[in-house]
Ligand binder design. Structure first.
Ligand SMILES: NC(=O)c1ccc[n+]([C@@H]2O[C@H](COP(=O)([O-])OP(=O)(O)OC[C@H]3O[C@@H](n4cnc5c(N)ncnc54)[C@H](OP(=O)(O)O)[C@@H]3O)[C@@H](O)[C@H]2O)c1
Length: 252
């Protein structure tokens, strides 16, 4: 995607990767609107970045999503980039009874959240001469971490949705890119400065460089082995399969 001259909406930008991306895009002169539930942090981030705007949003609540989308479009008619970044990562144990409320909350936040947010903005994005959607999945979409089974599955599902979305938008002004971070040092689990976690600054720098390309997946180098587990030919396969179905429709 083009990294400059955009109006960008980033969910989950009160901390971590979302805040890092918001500040990187802000530094490049883009108009940036951040979102999250924690009002005090929204105020703190916008105060630290003059010109940046904020909207309160609970991505797990469809009414909140609809209200945010309406306000966004009304106040920012040039909005052309949506970064679906908000997410949660509770641990679980798939070998025993699941905590149903927790499982529902993970899927509602990590999968339905981006689906609903995009749905609320897609017609506006398609009306822009140049637009982009960026979905933040995880390397765990490709190589699940067994003690975050529902999280890993929610990210695999978001990856799958992203593939379909990219195909369906192929003849529009909207490009679709995916970020699949490795372990990055944020508050997602508990910021502990574990040496295995990638420093946030390095992650943001490498991700911005990757987003600047036309790559479907803006993946940092250290994430490659886990991502490639699913096979690097996946895009060609998905394009070929869906092109065939588009030319030979399934009778309904
Ligand atoms: N850090 C990693 O190792 C890693 C690896 C792979 C993928 N990721 C993905 O990167 C994304 C960002 O995570 P992070 O590492 O930056 O963690 P983080 O610092 O905990 O950030 C998570 C963000 O999501 C927002 N959020 C969570 N639930 C929300 C809700 N219901 N409504 C609105 N916003 C919500 C939080 O804002 P509020 O609490 O203010 O609402 C916060 O800004 C997530 O999707 C995560 O799965 C992270």
């Amino acid at each position: 995607m083009q990294l400059t001259d955009n109006t960008i909406f980033i969910t989950g930008a009160t901390s971590g990767i979302g805040r890092g991306l918001a500040e990187a895009f802000h530094k490049l002169g883009n108009r940036v609107i951040i979102a999250g539930r924690r009002k005090a942090l929204l105020e703190q981030v916008t105060a630290a970045n003059p010109g940046m705007k904020a909207i309160e949003l609970d991505i797990a609540d469809p009414i909140s999503i609809q209200a945010a989308a309406e306000r966004l479009v009304a106040e920012n008619p040039t909005l052309n980039v949506l970064i679906n970044n908000a997410g949660i990562m509770p641990f679980d144990d798939a070998s025993g009874p699941m905590d149903d409320a927790q499982a529902l909350s993970i899927v509602t936040t990590n999968l339905l959240g981006p689906i609903r947010m995009t749905s609320a903005l897609i017609e506006h994005l398609k009306a822009q001469p140049r637009a982009a959607i960026v979905n933040n999945t995880s390397v765990l979409a490709y190589t699940p971490l067994a003690n975050t089974a529902v999280y890993s599955a929610s990210k695999a599902a978001l990856h799958s949705y992203t593939l379909s979305q990219r195909f369906m938008l192929r003849n529009t002004s909207v490009t679709v890119q995916e970020i699949a971070p490795p372990w990055v040092n944020t508050d997602l689990i508990k910021k502990g400065d574990d040496p295995r976690a990638m420093p946030l600054d390095a992650f943001i720098e490498q991700t911005m460089a990757a987003l600047a390309t036309d790559a479907e997946e803006a993946i940092v180098e250290s994430a490659r082995p886990m991502r490639d587990n699913a096979g690097p030919q996946e895009h060609a396969l998905v394009m070929g399969f869906n092109s065939y179905i588009a030319e030979n429709p399934i009778p309904v």
